[in-house]
Design a protein around this ligand. Structure first.
Ligand code: SF4
Ligand code: SF4
Ligand code: FES
Length: 609
């Protein structure tokens, strides 16, 4: 099969258009606002330390990429017409950028993606693939767009015949020894090589398949499968290992067309960020063991969300099909997680579709009941107990859930707290110097902002023991799992718990209410930086499971104290009206990457800042 035939069977790459949704698995083009200004991200400044040395993790920030080669020298440019702004022309359009912006970044700002392999917005520039060559007037030779800074009055052509010819020949060169794997390669549909061949190549191969240099295939590296034959030697994986995790697992070995990517003695990847290697690899050379051969990516839809795995709140895509989540991928947010996420978080999707989910309400003495009937029972108990009630919120809940839960407690004058196991103590503690935090809850900060650390857990447990608490409502099963709470809980006549998964401790509750999980609801989490970020519903909840705020609103309705909101969006509007720091916020204002709240010194210490 010729290369042309092979590529002809592959899906056509979408034209670069930042207004269109990024296809699942594709590296989303950097948006204008996300492109770091000069000195703020790649292309990077000259190194503070020795070139090539791995940076040490500092204070938990995602390590900043170190410097790369100096940018290409351009002819002397006239002084900028506007101070602090460089004005230039790319493909006939005027573009205004911050000084230090490279041609590839400037093009992205105007919605144009210059073909590339080795450039990555969150890795140091290496300039090795030559795929991004562009023509610049008054410069004798074509220049690489990823490492050429735009200067005042520069005139760039990315689609001229000279540039297009360079793209074609670079692709032809890369494909000379590339295997004809597309029909069986799991990267198909999100492969840069395939997409760019369709967009810029479409050449006939000059060599026969049997003449290609063979390299190693299906090398098991633990969480990652390596197929060295598909590698385009872009060095993204090497730079990720060197500059993000500091583990230096990968290196090129051999020379010439026998060069190939490898780990030392084929040792497996053992760190907690292996999944990012599959993400940064532009081709199918590094694939995720977990996702490989499970689903063709063109069948997947994506929802923007936030990882619930810890208080960092990494932005993610939830890739799903027919109501089932198949994988999580990092979604770029330069203020939180750049382009990365950890493997602990990546596995969070597995909790959604397992058969231990609570899909129906039930009473301890009556088995499964409709949710409305269970809420009737809970409301009756609450109405009877009034102020002799206690509420324990969960930092796994959204802000909307917390707000409605607090309104329920306030309507009765009951006690409320959330600090089971004191998650607030670990809120900002980095576990690994990169992203993962010791507080494995996504919304401890939201609990603090909503003032839910109010009554004290000891006071609630004392009330339970003394008989002061006649009805206890739990937003999650955390308190039921606390061994030291067991005796106090056994004295409470009525316990109701909102639960997502079956756990043995639920037997202690008189009523179990089925709660929807994070990927099944609209809402917001507030991360350790006090950044409020939206999560979006990707899949339906099982059975009768409902958002926690809806169940609290149902109880308020039955207690004749309606919440006054019929959607998560409306609950958030009420919340924003009630909290000074949230004033003026709404779902639209939060945008794709969230908003940092004022007034907390910790919020200034964003990772990577
Ligand atoms: S394995 Fe992938 S990321 Fe690494 S050098 Fe090869 S193509 Fe680039
Ligand atoms: S660091 Fe935390 S929020 Fe980020 S992916 Fe890992 S578990 Fe999820
Ligand atoms: S993307 Fe510019 S040289 Fe590789």
């Amino acid at each position: 099969m010729s290369d042309e035939k092979k590529a002809g069977e592959a899906p056509k790459a979408a034209p670069a258009d930042p207004t269109k949704a990024t296809p699942p698995g594709a590296q989303p083009p950097a948006k204008a606002a996300e492109i770091p200004p000069a000195g703020g991200g790649p292309p990077v400044q000259q190194p503070a330390g020795a070139p090539g040395s791995a940076p040490k993790s500092q204070g938990g920030a995602v390590p900043e990429p170190p410097a790369a080669k100096p940018p290409a020298a351009a002819p002397p440019a006239p002084a900028p017409a506007k101070p602090g702004v460089v004005t230039a022309t790319i493909d006939g359009k005027t573009v205004e950028v911050a000084p230090g912006t490279t041609v590839i970044q400037a093009a992205l700002q105007m919605g144009k993606e210059i073909p590339h392999f080795c450039w990555h917005p969150d890795l140091p520039v290496d300039g090795n693939c030559r795929m991004c060559l562009v023509e610049i007037e008054k410069m004798g030779k074509l220049q690489i767009a990823c490492n050429t800074q735009l200067t005042e009055g520069m005139v760039v052509h990315t689609e001229s015949e000279k540039a297009a010819q360079a793209h074609r020949t670079t692709l032809e060169f890369l494909l000379v020894n590339h295997p004809i794997d597309c029909p069986v390669c799991d990267q198909a549909g999100e492969c840069y090589l395939q997409d760019q061949y369709m967009e810029h190549g479409l050449h006939d191969s000059k060599i026969e398949p049997e003449e290609k240099v063979r390299k190693r295939k299906v090398v098991d590296l633990g969480p990652i499968m390596l197929d060295a034959e598909r590698c385009v030697l872009c060095s993204r994986c090497i730079r990720f290992e060197r500059f993000v995790t500091g583990t230096d697992s990968f290196e090129f070995k051999n020379r010439g067309d026998h060069t190939q990517i490898a780990t030392f003695e084929d040792r497996p990847i053992t760190h907690n960020y292996a999944g990012n290697l599959a993400d940064v690899c532009p081709v199918g050379a590094l694939l995720s063991h977990d996702f490989r051969f499970k689903m063709r990516v063109w069948f997947l839809e994506s929802a923007d969300s936030v990882c619930p795995g810890c208080s960092t709140g990494c932005n993610v895509f939830v890739d799903h099909r027919d109501g089932e989540v198949h994988r999580l991928r990092p979604r770029r947010n330069v203020e939180v997680n750049k382009s990365w996420m950890c493997d602990v978080g990546r596995k969070e999707y597995k909790e959604i579709a397992i058969d231990r989910r609570v899909g129906a309400a039930r009473k301890r003495d009556g088995g499964a009941v409709p949710l409305s009937q269970a809420l009737d029972e809970v409301a009756t108990r609450l109405a009877a107990a009034r102020a002799a009630t206690a509420f324990v919120a969960s930092p796994q809940s959204t802000n909307e859930d917390l707000y409605a839960f607090r309104a329920l407690a306030d309507s009765l004058g009951g006690m409320i707290d959330f600090r089971v196991g004191s998650p607030e103590r670990n809120l900002r503690t980095l576990e690994d110097g990169i992203l993962l935090r010791a507080d494995r809850n996504p919304n401890t900060q939201g609990c603090l902002d909503l003032g839910l650390g109010r009554s004290g857990l000891d006071a609630i447990l004392a009330g339970c023991s003394s008989g002061k608490v006649q009805a206890l409502i739990l937003q999650g099963p955390e308190l039921l799992r606390l061994p030291e709470a067991a005796a106090a809980l056994s004295s409470v006549p009525f316990i109701a718990v909102m639960a997502t998964h079956e756990v043995p401790e639920l037997e202690r509750a008189q009523v179990v209410l089925p709660a929807a999980m994070w990927a099944e609801v609209e809402g917001t989490f507030t991360n350790y930086q006090r950044r409020v970020q939206r999560i979006r519903r990707a899949v339906p909840a099982p059975g009768d499971a409902a958002p926690r705020w809806e169940m609290a609103a149902g109880l308020l309705e039955r207690l004749h104290a309606p919440l006054g909101a019929a959607s998560a969006r409306e609950v958030f509007a009420l919340l924003a009206q009630s909290l000074k720091d949230h004033a003026g916020l709404n779902y639209k204002a939060l945008g794709a990457t969230g908003r940092a709240l004022p007034g907390n010194g910790a919020s200034a210490a964003a990772p990577g800042a």
